[in-house]
Design a protein around this ligand. Sequence first.
Ligand code: SF4
Length: 340
Amino acid sequence: MSDFSLSIQAWYRQNKRDLPWRNTSDPYFIWLSEIIMQQTRVEQGRGYYLKFRNHYPTVQDLATAEEQEVLNDWQGLGYYSRARNLHFSAKYICDDLNGVFPPTFEEILTLKGVGQYTAAAISSFAYNECQAVVDGNVYRLLSRVFDIDLAIDSTEGKKYFQQLAQELIDCTSPGEHNQAIMEVGAMICKPSNPNCEECPLQEKCLAFSNNTIPLRPVKTKKIKVRKRYFHFLIYKNDGQLLIEQRIEKDIWKNMYQFPLIETKELVTKEDAQVWSNQKLESKQIKHILSHQRIIAIFHHFDSIPEFLKKKYTLIKIDEIQDYPLPRIIDKYLNDFSELF
Ligand code: SF4
């Protein structure tokens, strides 16, 4: 075993956080946790993991659930394509693989929504397959320990870091090695203010001795953020309102929302008034996704035009929580409950 692996595993045994998905080697539960934890903070993900484990204790339970039920349970986590892929893959495992979770890295990679990192995590944690994980924490840690100035988001950089991680992995204990390298990255070698004094790799760390920590990791691309203006039209009257399902290939697919008009620029309240010949009240909230900034303006109308009842779905106001809703709408309903 390399010195590198020895140091991180010794540290991990003493300092690891007690996380519920660390007490299992069941590939189905590990898969659930890995998909839930993508783009999610540990504290938020923990509750969702326990909810999914309870609600869908086997892959068969997940496969036989309605998609709407799964999306409802996912509500609040965002990036709903993850929930749809989970559900799709659960059905694939039950229909095409006799309900048996794929047993190797290569086969796990064929599941929808599973990339190299997730397949390496599941195969090493569940089956002890010697596959190195490289997530954001690992990129940062390796770029600092070896003082590497290759961009982590370049093709060359990705290949280089994957090979390096594979050279360092301890094949006698790949699951624990992978957990350890990610935990040191997450808890010690943080993006800003890394805790070098407590770091088990400090003696070996070239960025520490070369004084280049703030320069690592190197990235080339800046994420382009697209601004979108969503005007939600809340037509409500007599305890009822209109909703619609999002069916386009876009964010929040298959979820429900108030009738929507999207514009390229912000429109004034007066301009918005032409969408209905009624006086309206408007409230604005912002929602930031990784590549999009949504500016949502909620316009309230106090009647429901007859012709719109044919185009949209009319429901009772207190039934709205039965539908899977994007987080921004759920938040709006909670923050402005007095308007409903
Ligand atoms: S010594 Fe500091 S910079 Fe180097 S790996 Fe440890 S925490 Fe990161």
